[in-house]
Design a protein around this ligand. Structure first.
Ligand code: HEC
Length: 138
């Protein structure tokens, strides 16, 4: 954070946003970690590797035209994605879009919708945390 304020942030307001963003992402991860612990006593933390696999793998459980997250979010999470109707979707990678995963309500809404479309079921708390952990590395 210091690096941000000393070198990158020329505008104080932009700096404040960056701080709030990363803290809120951590809060969201804590929220999912608590849920994961409550349902799985063997929960041992989130994994970027599992998150990547969730992001990239194909599923036959959901809607036939959306077998994978990458259909809309592209194979590179730093890219702008596209909805089925051709509307742009901002990048999913935190490096390309620091506003991602900072709002629990938004994250829950879209995990709900997209996991049902792609997997045909809700994502577990562990899957959600894995996904965000992967996106933090991108
Ligand atoms: C049919 C297209 C489509 C597919 C497939 C899709 N998404 Fe999305 N996703 C969207 C759209 C549209 C948004 C909302 C627009 C935005 O946030 O820019 C979104 C937003 C999200 C968000 C909100 C992130 C935030 O800002 O907090 C998450 C999380 C997410 N998607 C996860 C997934 C996961 C996980 C999969 C695969 C299981 C997936 N998406 C597959 C279209 C899709």
């Amino acid at each position: 954070m210091k690096v941000c304020c000393l070198s990158a942030c020329l505008v104080a307001a932009a700096c404040a946003v960056a701080h709030a963003g990363s803290g809120d992402t951590q809060k969201l991860l804590d929220f999912y970690a608590n849920q994961a612990k409550a349902t799985d006593s063997a929960f041992g933390g989130f994994s970027a590797e599992r998150g990547e696999s969730l992001f990239r793998s194909n599923s036959t459980g959901g809607k036939p035209d959306t077998p994978s997250c990458t259909v809309c979010h592209t194979k590179d999470p730093r890219n702008v994605g596209q909805t089925r109707a051709g509307k742009d979707i901002d990048p999913m990678a935190v490096s390309a879009n620091p506003q991602r995963y900072t709002d629990q309500e938004k994250a829950e809404k879209w995990f709900g919708r997209n996991c049902r479309n792609v997997l045909g079921r809700e994502c577990t708390a562990r899957e959600k945390g894995d996904f965000i952990t992967f996106m933090l590395t991108q």
